[in-house]
Design a protein around this ligand. Structure first.
Ligand SMILES: Cc1ncc(COP(=O)(O)O)c(C=O)c1O
Length: 419
C-alpha cells in the first residue's frame, strides 16, 4: 500500500492515518475497503459523523439527483429550496414530535463553529463573560471551545490565554459520592464562593472524548433547574452524542429536559457532509442581522442529505430497528465485560454510544492494533486513552455488528493470552 506521499507531504499532525496505515477507497454501510480490496468493519464512523453508515442509499440518492439537476451547492445564508426543505423536515420530523420549539442558526459547518456561536450568544444575552464547563469535556479546537474543554493537552493548544472559564466537576467526578450538582448550586448562590455568575453552563450529556462518561437523567434535570434558578443559559453540546447516536435523536431526550441552546453537527447531515446548527430558545434569538457569520453556512448538499436523514425519524420501522440494535450492542458488550475481566474494567456509554473502559492504555493500544490487522476500526478516548469507543453505525446490519464484535472479542482474547 503506497502511503509514502502522506509521510512526505502531509503534516506531522496527522493521526488516524498513522493508526490505520492503509489507503481507503470505498465504503458502504458499516464496511470500508482499502485500495487492495481489504474490508474493515467501521466502529469509528468518522468519530461519530457517520451514524447512518457510509453512503446510506436512502440518504445519498436524493443528493446524487440534486447534483445531477445543477442545483445550488453553496449559498452563504441566502434562502434556497434545499434549505427550506431541510427546515420544514427538521421542524416536522424532529422538533415537533418532541414538543421542542427552537429557532435555527446556521453557523460555520464544524462542531466547534456551533459551540463558538452558542457561547457568543449566551454572553451577549446575559452580558456576562465567564462560562461554567465540566471536567473531561471536549468542545472543539477553536479558542473559545478549547477554553471550555477539560483535557490539559487540548487546552494548551493555541498558545494564548483561555480566560473566563469556571471548571466544575461532571457527574461522578472525582467519585460517585461527590454531588457535583449541589456543589454548583451552592457556589452560584453563595456570595463568598469567589465564583462569579457565568453566562452559561455548557455540557455534553455523554462525554465522548472524555472517556464515554454518561450523565444521568436526574443530574441533567438538576443542572437545568440550577440554570433556571440562577438565570444562567443552559447549553447542551450534542455534537457527538446527538443526531441519533444514543438511539434517540437527541441524547438528552431520556432526561426530558429542554436546554436553552443545543449544538448539533457531526452526523447531522447523515452523510458525512459538514453541517452544523445551533438551536436557540426563541426569546434568546437576539442576534442582529449578519452579526455572526461564516462562508460555509449554506452547504446545500448537506441540507438535502440531512432532510433525508430526518425523514427517517418519522418511520416507526426505522426507530424500532435502531432501538433493537442498541439493545443487541449492549448485550454484546456485557458479554465481553464478563469474559475479559483482566482487560476490561467496565462498560460505559448509553445506547449505541458505547465504550469499554480498559485496565490500561496498553490494553487499548494492543486491542486496537490486533483489531485493525483483523479488519476492524476502533478508536480510544478518555484522559488516559484507556477507553475503547464502540460506535457502529446506528443502521448497522446484524451480520456486520456480530462480525465487528467477533473481531473485538478475538483481539481481547489475544491480549489476555499474551499477558
Ligand atoms: C462533543 C463535541 N463537541 C465539539 C466537537 C468539535 O467538533 P468539530 O471537530 O467538528 O469542530 C466534537 C468533536 O469531536 C465533540 O465530540
Amino acid at each position: 500500500m503506497d502511503i509514502d506521499i502522506f509521510e512526505a507531504y502531509e503534516s506531522n499532525v496527522r493521526r488516524y492515518g498513522r493508526s490505520f496505515p492503509t489507503v481507503f477507497k470505498k465504503s458502504l454501510g458499516a464496511t470500508i475497503w482499502d485500495e487492495s480490496g481489504e474490508p474493515y468493519i467501521d466502529f469509528l464512523v468518522g468519530s461519530g459523523a457517520l451514524n447512518y453508515g457510509h453512503n446510506n442509499p436512502d440518504i445519498m440518492a436524493p443528493a446524487i439527483q440534486y447534483l445531477a439537476e445543477k442545483s445550488i451547492v453553496l449559498s452563504l445564508d441566502m434562502y434556497t429550496a434545499a434549505k427550506r426543505d431541510f427546515i420544514e423536515v427538521f421542524v416536522e420530523s424532529i422538533l415537533k414530535p418532541r414538543g421542542l420549539s427552537y429557532k435555527i442558526q446556521f453557523p460555520g459547518p464544524t462542531g466547534t463553529n456551533a459551540n463558538e456561536a452558542a457561547l457568543a450568544l449566551a454572553r451577549k444575552y446575559t452580558g456576562r463573560s465567564s462560562v461554567m464547563a465540566f471536567t473531561n469535556s471536549y468542545h472543539g479546537m477553536s479558542l473559545g471551545s478549547l477554553a471550555v474543554s477539560g483535557s490539559a493537552s487540548t487546552r494548551q493548544l493555541g498558545g494564548v490565554a483561555r480566560h473566563d472559564v469556571i471548571r466544575v466537576p461532571y457527574e461522578n467526578y472525582p467519585n460517585q459520592t461527590f454531588d457535583s450538582a449541589s456543589y454548583i448550586d451552592h457556589v452560584l448562590g453563595d456570595p463568598g464562593s469567589g465564583i462569579e455568575k457565568p453566562a452559561a453552563i455548557i455540557l455534553e450529556p455523554i462525554q465522548a472524548e472524555g472517556g464515554m462518561n454518561t450523565a444521568s437523567a436526574p443530574w441533567l434535570s438538576e443542572i437545568q433547574r440550577i440554570c433556571r434558578k440562577h438565570d444562567v443559559v443552559f447549553i447542551v453540546d450534542d455534537i457527538q452524542a446527538g443526531s441519533g447516536r444514543t438511539g434517540d435523536f437527541f441524547s438528552f431526550e431520556f432526561a426530558k429536559i429542554e436546554p436553552d441552546i443545543v449544538c448539533l453537527s457531526k452526523s447531522l447531515s447523515g452523510s458525512g457532509n459538514p453541517l452544523s446548527i445551533v438551536l436557540i430558545r426563541p426569546d434568546m434569538d437576539i442576534w442582529n442581522p449578519g452579526e455572526h457569520s461564516g462562508t460555509f453556512r449554506g452547504n446545500n448538499l448537506a441540507f438535502v442529505t440531512s432532510a433525508a436523514m430526518c425523514t427517517m425519524w418519522s418511520d416507526r420501522q426505522f426507530t424500532t430497528a435502531v432501538e433493537r440494535t442498541a439493545v443487541k450492542l449492549q448485550e454484546h458488550l456485557d458479554r465481553l465485560v464478563a469474559k475479559f475481566p483482566k482487560c476490561i474494567e467496565q462498560k460505559r456509554g448509553r445506547g449505541l454510544m458505547a465504550g469499554l473502559k480498559c485496565r490500561s492504555h496498553a490494553v487499548v493500544s494492543r486491542v486496537h492494533d490486533v483489531a485493525f490487522e483483523n479488519g476492524l476500526l476502533i478508536e480510544s478516548s478518555g484522559p488516559n486513552r484507556d477507553v475503547i469507543k464502540v460506535l457502529p453505525p446506528i443502521t448497522i446490519s446484524d451480520g456486520e455488528l456480530d462480525h465487528g464484535i467477533a473481531i473485538l472479542d478475538q483481539a481481547l482474547q489475544e491480549k489476555t493470552n499474551g499477558d
